[in-house]
Design a protein around this ligand. Structure first.
Ligand code: ADP
Ligand code: MG
Length: 488
């Protein structure tokens, strides 16, 4: 938060922020929204085109069925009302990245309406309403060369299927907007309809922001923030805009309806244009495309093929497996992670779900940061076996940590390593007693100090004894035996 943000926010605590997001999301189809041209990201400029994408005269669009199916998936997952007949419309504007001079979108008859997004903020479950989810095609990409009068146009992205997810103005803080957006990203990835990658532009959010005196129900004038192209900046950009509007109003001005662009480098925004009205776009139904008809049967098939959703899974992890809410949230961050964890819980070793959860979070997630979980040499049943070995007292926690690292190296099962190398924890009291006596004899000063009342010396003896036994001694037994010997 910048200095101005802080001062404005504290000087005027009686304003409430209102935020609604418009999120564009690229669908991961093999071909474009209205033609068979491919959609590879990062291909040579203008290699992913065809006459439809280029808007050549006489080229006719055909709807991509897979794109409709993907949109239905998120429509059903957000409990939206699915329109039986929806329609594509032409939205006109003029820009070099739009060869036809119009974008095919949906206007007054979108595919999905009145949905709901569930998300978590500070451990609390929340909901925000969706106005609509509609389908459209993406535009191309312009590159303006600094210091030159030339701009480059790449039409590879033109015609790529997008869904636009329009949210109701239900969000009340930058943090809430951030949590909402992360939940949407999680959902599109979970449903496998998009990679949700904000840095590569497959997820793009425009934030509509207004303020109003707390307690007022009428909405204030909003501005629309564009060009927030990284998760890192979503909250920052909104925070900045709220503070800017409060500054304008408290210094006697009025917020004007406009589109502003976020400048991440300078941490500020600037006015791009006054907001256009719908009639500026001269929308009308695209005469080249028939209405999209979705049968109840199609919706039923999509519904029954839907995976258990993040919010439901979170709840089940808490209620059925006894996980703390935070653990459940982390473990359901990605569907692959939730699946991995559940496979570990279901493994024959029957390890404690809570202990498994903490091993997954503290050890597994640390080592698989940059690689897909599926490629990890440690498989769910192997971790379950390791946790069960600790629980049964067969190995110590310290040995378990070493074993984990070795399993990662070799892909061997923990039991195999333990048996081969005799790593079984020593719970044989006479062996521990012999080792403990030897340590006490070797450290008479420390022993005397303990006897004189220096309680913390016990830890020193425990550490020395376990070390002498190659880390394999049962720590609880070592503790008990040392106490007995030192106090006798
Ligand atoms: P427009 O006609 O300018 O496109 P819409 O009513 O269609 O505006 O809303 C577009 C987006 O702006 C939606 O996500 C909506 O939730 C949000 N929005 C609308 N009014 C406000 C407001 N006063 N403050 C914040 N967000 C708003
Ligand atoms: Mg609108």
């Amino acid at each position: 938060m910048s200095a101005t943000t802080t001062s404005a926010a504290t000087a005027a605590p009686d304003f409430e922020a209102v935020i609604g997001l418009e999120v564009h999301c690229q669908l991961r189809t093999a071909s474009k929204m209205f033609s068979a041209a491919p959609t590879h990201f990062g291909a040579a400029p203008n290699s992913q085109t065809d006459p439809v994408v280029l808007g050549l005269p006489g080229a006719l669009p055909v709807v991509n069925r897979q794109a409709i199916e993907f949109a239905l998936r998120i429509g059903v997952a957000t409990r939206s009302k699915i329109r039986a007949r929806s329609r594509f419309a032409r939205k006109h504007y003029f820009y070099p990245d739009l060869p036809k001079g119009y974008q095919i979108s949906q206007y007054d008859e979108p595919l999905c309406e009145h949905g709901l997004v569930q998300f978590v903020l500070d451990g609390q479950p929340r909901e925000a309403r969706l106005t609509r989810i509609h389908l459209e095609e993406d535009a191309g990409k312009n590159t303006h060369l600094p210091g030159r009068a030339t701009s480059l146009v790449d039409l590879n992205r033109a015609g790529v299927p997008l869904i636009e997810i329009v949210g109701e103005p239900d969000l009340r803080s930058a943090a809430e907007a951030g949590a909402y957006l992360r939940a949407l990203r999680q959902l599109v990835r979970w449903l496998e309809i998009s990679d949700g990658n904000m840095e590569e532009g497959s997820l793009r959010a425009d934030a509509n922001v207004s303020i109003r005196p707390r307690g007022q129900s009428a909405l204030g004038t909003k501005t629309e923030l564009k060009n927030i192209n990284s998760f890192k900046f979503v909250e920052k950009a909104i925070e900045h805009e709220i503070a800017r509007q409060i500054d304008v109003v408290t210094s006697g001005g009025r917020v004007v309806q406009e589109t502003r662009s976020w400048d991440a480098e300078r941490g500020t925004s600037f006015s791009m244009r006054s907001k256009e009205q719908a009639h500026d776009y001269r929308y009308f139904p695209d005469p080249d495309l028939p209405p999209v008809v979705v049968s109840p049967d199609w919706i039923a098939r999509v519904t029954s093929a839907l995976p258990e959703l993040p919010a439901q899974r979170r709840t089940r992890f808490v209620e059925a497996l006894g996980l703390p809410a935070h653990d459940a949230e982390v473990l359901t961050g990605e569907r692959a992670l939730a699946d991995w964890y559940e496979a570990a819980v279901a493994a024959p070793s029957k390890a404690d779900p809570r202990k498994l959860s903490s091993w997954v979070q503290s050890e597994l997630l640390r080592v698989v940061k940059d690689t897909p979980l599926a490629e990890c040499p440690i498989k769910p049943d192997m971790l379950a076996e390791l946790v069960a070995l600790i629980d049964a007292g067969t190995i110590s926690g310290k040995i378990a940590k070493d074993l984990f690292a070795r399993m990662l190296q070799s892909g061997e099962r923990p039991k195999v390593i333990v048996d081969r190398e005799g790593l079984t924890q020593v719970s044989d009291t006479s062996a521990i007693e012999a080792a403990a006596r030897a340590i006490i004899e070797a450290k008479p000063k420390e022993a005397a100090a303990y006897k004189a009342g220096k309680q913390q010396m016990l830890g020193f003896f425990v550490g020395q004894t376990i070390k002498a036994m190659g880390g394999k001694a049962n720590p609880q037994l070592v503790n008990d035996i040392l106490k007995k010997l030192l106090e006798s």
